[in-house]
Design a protein around this ligand. Structure first.
Ligand code: CO
Ligand code: CO
Ligand code: CO
Length: 329
């Protein structure tokens, strides 16, 4: 759903105060955090969606990697998960459901997470995801709100999954496009998160439905700062640029660009394709990390050692109107 829609709905609710709620629904963060003791907090998040690829096993892998990502983005370690499943049992064979669940289970196993239950409903269109519980020290929670002027910004996966999965739905993508994007979306943000926790960073979120610009806007707004990114430093999958040029653009990405436009200043000369790519709604995107400049080199080293390729230094956090973003060519 659109960011405006959710914010509007939340305005109508009175959310009771609880001192143990360290991160709640009022701050647009990736997951909620609740303090159990002085040195232990639980992190909870839920994510599920309709298939973005045809292969049910791949769908399970991607949906699970995506749901786990919100725990990693908080600097936490996921421990358990529950399956959330909607499935049209009259329309699709049981084997399809088995493959979706197998994908989820395999990805959870890779993450060291136990799936300990779940809930299934009958529905016209399949949907799958996880409710994930993680653990973190209450003092080491990484939120949207901690970025500071001077911080460097890093992105750990290239952009383009929204546009490429739209191209898949329109039958424009080749088998190798499908393989490449599936592997990228199914990649856990765990190694990147472990590197970031080891180094100690100021802020983080994962880039998902609101696109890079939408999520960067959230970090900047929550941190009371502005942001600057250089479009040519943002890694973008070549296939995504190709499909964007022929108009395979999801409605969500167009909505993201519209929603962020009032806060974004594009340098003249930035082409429309690049603008929409920067707003492209990602599935299971990478981590967007704000780190103190003196720690940037060691973060680059650790991310590279963790297999992140490319390690992209895309810009900085700066003094300025909270939530505004300047994009240079
Ligand atoms: Co998130
Ligand atoms: Co989420
Ligand atoms: Co977060």
């Amino acid at each position: 759903m659109s960011p405006e829609g959710l914010q509007e709905a939340l305005k109508h609710l009175e959310i009771p105060a609880d001192p143990n709620v360290l991160v709640g629904s009022n701050t647009a963060d990736d997951a909620g955090v609740y303090r159990l003791t002085d040195d232990l907090a639980v992190v909870q998040t839920v994510d599920f969606f309709t298939p973005m690829v045809d292969d049910p096993y791949s769908f399970g892998l991607v949906a699970a990697a995506n749901a786990l990502s919100d725990v990693y983005a908080m600097g936490a370690r996921p421990v358990t998960a529950l399956n959330i499943i909607a499935f049209p049992e009259e329309k699709l064979p049981m084997e399809t459901l088995v493959q979706i669940l197998k994908g989820g289970l395999d990805k959870a196993r890779e993450a060291g997470v136990s799936i300990i239950g779940g809930h299934t409903i009958k529905d016209d269109e399949p949907k799958y995801g996880l409710a994930v519980t993680g653990l973190v020290h209450p003092d080491r929670v990484v939120t949207n709100a901690g970025a500071r002027p001077g911080d460097r910004l890093f992105l750990t996966k290239p952009l383009g999954s929204g546009i490429i999965t739209t191209a898949i739905k329109r039958d424009l993508a080749s088998d190798s496009d499908v393989e490449e994007i599936t592997a990228l979306m199914a990649t856990l943000n765990r190694p990147a998160a472990e590197a970031m926790v080891e180094v100690g960073v100021h802020g983080c979120t994962d880039v998902t439905g609101f696109g890079l610009l939408g999520h960067l806007h959230e970090i900047a707004a929550a941190s009371g700062a502005s942001a600057l990114i250089s479009a040519s430093d943002v890694p973008i999958l070549p296939a995504a640029r190709k499909f964007a040029d022929v108009g395979a653009i999801p409605g969500g990405s167009k909505a993201n660009l519209r929603f962020t436009e009032p806060c974004v200043m594009f340098e003249a000369g930035l082409d429309d394709t690049t603008r929409i790519l920067l707003a492209d709604a990602q599935t299971s995107g990478g981590l967007l990390i704000a780190v103190a400049p003196e720690k940037a080199d060691v973060l680059v080293e650790k991310l590279a050692a963790a297999g992140i390729d490319p390690v992209a230094d895309i810009g900085s956090i700066n003094e300025g109107d909270a939530g505004t973003i300047r994009v240079t060519v």
